[in-house]
Design a protein around this ligand. Structure first.
Ligand code: SF4
Ligand code: SF4
Length: 215
């Protein structure tokens, strides 16, 4: 088999929102670069006889990982997606989870063994793919069998990071090269499990009360 058993990635389908939300185009570019690199990495591994173990409904990783980095632009994307794109019924369920979430608990966005913010899941989640055997409950394959974990292709990984830099005022090619070299973006990262998600749940409250977001 020469191809991963899923279709090649496409940019997130939010181009219509970009004029109103300029930051969104940066995130679309970033995630498209990352997704292309992941697809290519899986394709190459598949050619070498590896079989992707990740599949919908397989989600032990979302519980066993407790220090997932989230960059500021990704946080903006998650807020926007939850508040503006998610269905009201899912919002209501998620709101209840976010209200209860405490620092260092597993990711609150896992609902019904699926990522409720899948299009906007952070780079770290996108990049984490495991071959051959699905992770066991509690297993973090990064430590237990690194050889089965997809190694992100540097070119695409850097492009994904570079696309986020203008959000931090880093716009010129030389500045971007320097920022990538110094890992500037990493210094802005937060840990997903430690973000006070109750603040997002409070922004969701008007929906539950039937008031709408903009009132
Ligand atoms: S990383 Fe492991 S637990 Fe997560 S989807 Fe892939 S195989 Fe399943
Ligand atoms: S954001 Fe989604 S993919 Fe990432 S840990 Fe949470 S539920 Fe899993």
């Amino acid at each position: 088999m020469n191809q991963p058993n899923y279709p090649p990635p496409r940019p997130l389908p939010y181009q219509a929102n970009v004029e109103e939300l300029p930051w969104l185009s940066l995130l679309i570019d970033s995630y498209y670069s990352a997704d292309q690199g992941i697809y290519e990495g899986i394709r190459r591994a598949t050619q070498q006889g590896q079989q992707l173990a990740c599949a919908k409904g397989c989600a032990h990783c979302c519980r066993s990982h407790t220090t997932i980095p989230v960059y500021p632009l990704e946080l903006v994307g998650i807020y926007w997606y939850v508040l503006k794109q998610m269905s009201p019924s899912l919002q209501e369920r998620l709101q209840a989870v976010l209200q209860q979430h405490q620092a260092r608990q597993p990711c609150p966005f896992l609902l019904d063994e699926a990522c409720s913010i899948h299009p906007m899941r952070p780079l770290a989640c996108r990049h984490f793919n495991v071959f051959n055997t699905p992770c066991a409950p509690g297993e973090d394959a990064f430590y237990s069998r690194r050889h089965d974990v997809l190694k992100p292709l540097k070119k695409f990984q850097n492009a994904a990071l570079e696309a986020m830099l203008p959000y931090h005022g880093i716009k010129h090619a030389a500045e971007k090269r320097q920022a990538l070299k110094q890992g500037t973006l990493h210094s802005f990262a937060m840990v997903l499990q430690e973000i006070p998600w109750i603040k997002l749940s409070e922004r969701m409250r008007p929906i539950k009360e039937g008031l709408g977001w903009d009132t």
